[in-house]
Ligand binder design. Structure first.
Ligand code: ADP
Ligand code: MG
Length: 381
């Protein structure tokens, strides 16, 4: 059997390389550990090749088996480091000039925040992708300092009830931000959000703490740590090489609100409004992904703040990775199937090939010449 898995694994690597060239949205699946040892699990099989088999607790026989296939599978014992090691090449491509977007999807309590931020309370153990990615960007920038000079800035916002709030502002409750959809001029898609220069992991930790405090967290029947908003940490990388060439890229790190269907009979008032808004943003994400998968000419990015903000990453020339998070317990079976089906659909989306955002020094010099000629012309007239 081990021989068989080895072959499958090698084929998978090849498959992933082809996916890379095609520019598909990559989909990784992560299953969190059970909270209690005696809890019954729906996980039947996890393959090194990225496959997953789950078993319907009501049909504990052949008919109840559902098979899924992803680019990678991380089981309950996978550590943060193992997960990060896998995405390290993706983070490296940010300093090479690619736009990258990583988002965490799944029902409340399935491990999204664990993957992106790590455990709350500033524990130094089990740090998540947000911290590890920035740490790695600093390392890369240091390693290349003789040939290229990098500046790293971060913005952190939350989308809550279809409003974008600045999580790094002094008074985050009053600022409501507009999203600019056209970023082709290298402008920022959130021009009014606080943007902070970061030079070390200490800077990053301080900002993350501030962001965490500002984030709206309210309780649901399911999990009082649940978060009903989407949080987006954007890292802007700007590089200037010794010959004057400019490189610009961005990395979006997104922790989505819980994907569970909210039983509207159980919630009223503000909570109901909240549920409808959250569902709106996530269902728009689904619509956009469907439209991309079907290669429609019209992609409905404008229908929600989330899709508008991620427009360049979802349909553009970015490298996009989705983490589909699932809980292993039997009582989550329904949501687990919904999440896995959604994730499977996402993995069929083809993006354009990822594009490098780098202007050669020749182009820069020509631009400068054009500018000085324009000035000379203006002076003559
Ligand atoms: P979500 O953000 O999807 O609502 P959380 O990340 O808050 O879920 O996870 C719910 C709980 O499970 C938290 O207490 C978290 O620390 C724990 N948890 C999630 N994933 C893992 C994991 N891979 N290993 C250990 N604990 C985890
Ligand atoms: Mg969370």
């Amino acid at each position: 059997a081990s021989g068989y898995y080895k072959v499958v694994k090698e084929n998978r690597n090849l498959y992933n390389m082809v996916q890379d060239l095609k520019g598909n949205i990559r989909v990784y699946c992560r299953i969190r550990p059970s909270f209690t040892a005696e809890a019954k699990t729906v996980i039947d099989f996890i393959g090194e090749d990225g496959s997953l088999v789950i078993l319907d607790p009501l049909k504990p026989h052949k008919d109840g088996r559902k098979v899924f296939q992803f680019n990678r599978m991380f089981g309950p014992t996978a550590t943060q480091d193992v997960v990060f090691k896998d995405i390290q090449p993706l983070i490296r491509s940010v300093v090479d000039g690619y736009n990258v977007c990583i988002f965490a999807y799944g029902q409340t309590g399935s491990g999204k925040t664990h993957t992106m931020s790590g455990p709350s309370g500033g524990s130094t153990k089990d740090r998540g992708i947000n911290f590890l990615a920035l740490n790695y960007l600093f390392q890369m920038s240091d390693r290349r300092k003789d040939i290229i000079n990098y500046d790293i800035h971060v913005q952190m916002v939350e989308i809550y009830n279809e409003q974008v709030r600045d999580l790094l502002a002094e008074d985050s409750s009053t600022t409501k931000l507009e999203i600019r959809s056209c970023t082709s001029d290298n402008g920022l898609s959130l021009p009014d959000a606080t943007i902070c220069s970061v030079k070390s992991t200490t800077d990053v930790l301080n900002l993350m703490k501030l962001g965490e405090v500002n984030r709206v967290v309210s309780s649901t029947a399911m999990n009082n740590r649940s978060s009903r908003s989407h949080s987006v940490l954007t890292v802007h990388v700007h590089g200037k090489d010794t010959s004057g060439g400019i490189l610009r890229s961005s990395l979006h790190l997104v922790d989505l609100a819980g994907s569970e269907r909210v039983d509207k009979s159980e919630v009223t008032g503000d909570r109901l409004k909240e549920a409808q808004y959250i569902n709106k943003s996530l269902s728009c994400l689904g619509d956009v992904i469907m439209a991309l998968a079907q290669k429609n000419t019209h992609i409905p990015y404008r229908n929600s703040k989330l899709t508008l903000l991620l427009q360049d990453s979802l349909g553009g020339h970015a490298k996009t990775l989705m983490f589909a998070h699932v809980s292993p317990e039997e009582d989550s079976f329904g949501e687990t199937v919904t999440t896995l089906k959604f994730a499977q659909r996402v993995s069929t989306v083809e993006l354009g090939a990822a594009r490098l955002n780098k202007e050669s020094s020749e182009v820069m010099q020509l631009k400068e010449q054009i500018e000085s000629l324009k000035k000379a012309l203006a002076n003559k007239e």
